[in-house]
Design a protein around this ligand. Structure first.
Ligand SMILES: Cc1ncc(COP(=O)(O)O)c(C=O)c1O
Length: 401
């Protein structure tokens, strides 16, 4: 998107505001499917948690994507798009058996990552096809919060518990139609993926009725110029070759599945904020903006570094700033960054604001959550209204005291 389009959106819809470029999302979807064109059956299930606005889900399902969901609410959001339930996979962790049963009633593919749940579920529903999430014990991911396939992780059934797993499957007569792993986000090295995939192939040989193997996600997208990114084309070539070899050995054309969040939506997103004041202290120049980590938590939560540009005056000479929010705690978006000289009232744009940004926003400090706008075919379309005071108190029950 061009700076002038973003600026116009901030004028028309106010700030702070999230903007998503639909063209980028569609291009990423095509890039991913293209990387695996050597495999006959490929299925992409977009990870709803990354950005769950229903218009984004519709855009992706229109491209042919399925949906990867982790809560019954995400399942229901997905179904609102009109997608067939069997195109949704439900991969919860630590939820009640009742929530899984609700998902069964809605007709979605169930993915189980816990032996005790598997045993309970298989006893009650031996006929319902189930996918199994394996923990391959691989350390992968950009930081500890998003590394989920290692030995200390709460996710998945340990690869070392395979004998127990098989005993449950045999005794309940369950139909295991898929096998899955997801080892983390922001995985830097394709070789780590390939190594974990070999573990999954080995595990897959234990099941005779598989229809798909789901390799999860974790593709690293670039956050700035020359940043490392997953070489999806190279990975596509290597994994496709191994997948086709495996299918031959297995004796069946299986579906290769992925469930990317970041890869599809991260780079499509911009978070626009307005500078309320420029405050010079003895050590730093702070640009104080009309938002906080309640809206955009990744820098504080993960230490993630989002590029920030002054779209009001992009060509002014660059100076060093710390961009901070208005939350009454340390609330730093960017530290010691070179940004084109900032004046009060300027609009700043944070890049890579598509994934895990709005979807993690809250009302902390009793602030309204921002609006969301989709830039589609050269037009800005409001896809979520900015909250109002009424939204803030809608579910509060005032009692007489
Ligand atoms: C089970 C599962 N699948 C897919 C994803 C999407 O990962 P990413 O956004 O790195 O593509 C996640 C993210 O945490 C996840 O937990």
């Amino acid at each position: 998107m061009k700076n002038k389009d973003l600026l116009q959106i901030s004028k028309d819809f106010g700030s702070p505001v999230y903007v998503y470029d639909s063209e980028k999302i569609v291009a990423q979807y095509k890039r991913l499917t293209n990387a695996f064109k050597q495999v006959k059956k490929v299925k992409i299930n977009y990870a709803v948690k990354a950005l769950s606005n229903i218009s984004i889900l519709k855009l992706l399902t229109k491209c042919g994507s399925g949906l990867d969901t982790v809560s019954i609410q995400e399942v229901k959001l997905g179904l609102r798009t009109g997608i067939a339930p069997e195109k949704i996979i439900f991969t919860p962790n630590g939820v009640s058996i009742q929530e899984i049963e609700e998902a069964v009633k809605l007709g979605v593919q169930i993915n189980i990552d816990n032996l005790s749940v598997l045993e309970k579920f298989g006893t009650i529903h031996p006929k319902v096809p189930v996918c199994i999430r394996i923990n391959p014990h691989v350390m992968a991911g950009g930081n500890t919060n998003i590394s989920v396939g290692h030995i200390d992780s709460k996710f998945g059934i340990s690869i070392h518990q395979m004998p127990h797993l098989l005993r449950i499957v045999e005794n309940t007569g369950m139909n295991i139609n898929g096998i899955h792993m997801h080892t983390g986000s922001d995985i830097l090295d394709v070789e780590v993926f390939l190594y974990a995939s070999e573990i999954l192939f080995e595990a897959a040989e234990n099941f005779k009725n598989l229809e798909f193997i789901d390799f999860g996600s974790g593709f690293k997208v670039p956050y700035h110029e020359n940043d490392i990114e997953t070489n999806i084309e190279e990975f596509g070539k290597k994994l496709s070759k191994r997948f086709n070899e495996f299918c031959k050995k297995y004796g069946k054309e299986l579906t290769l599945s992925f469930e990317p969040g970041k890869f599809l939506v991260s780079e499509s997103g911009y978070f626009l904020v307005k500078v309320n004041s420029v405050k010079q202290t003895t050590s730093t120049v702070f640009a104080q903006v009309d938002s906080g980590f309640n809206h955009f938590i990744r820098p504080m939560f993960y230490g993630s570094k989002h590029e920030v540009i002054n779209i009001s005056h992009p060509t002014k000479h660059k100076r060093f700033y710390s961009v901070v929010g208005y939350i009454c705690e340390t609330d730093t978006f960017a530290n010691n960054k070179r940004i084109a000289e900032i004046s009060e009232g300027d609009i700043l744009a944070f890049k890579n604001a598509g994934a895990y940004c709005f979807s993690m926003a809250s009302n902390y400090n009793s602030r309204f959550r921002p609006a969301e706008v989709l830039w589609h075919n050269g037009e800005a379309k409001l896809i979520r209204k900015r909250e109002t005071f009424e939204d803030l108190i809608a579910n509060q029950v005032e009692i007489e005291l």
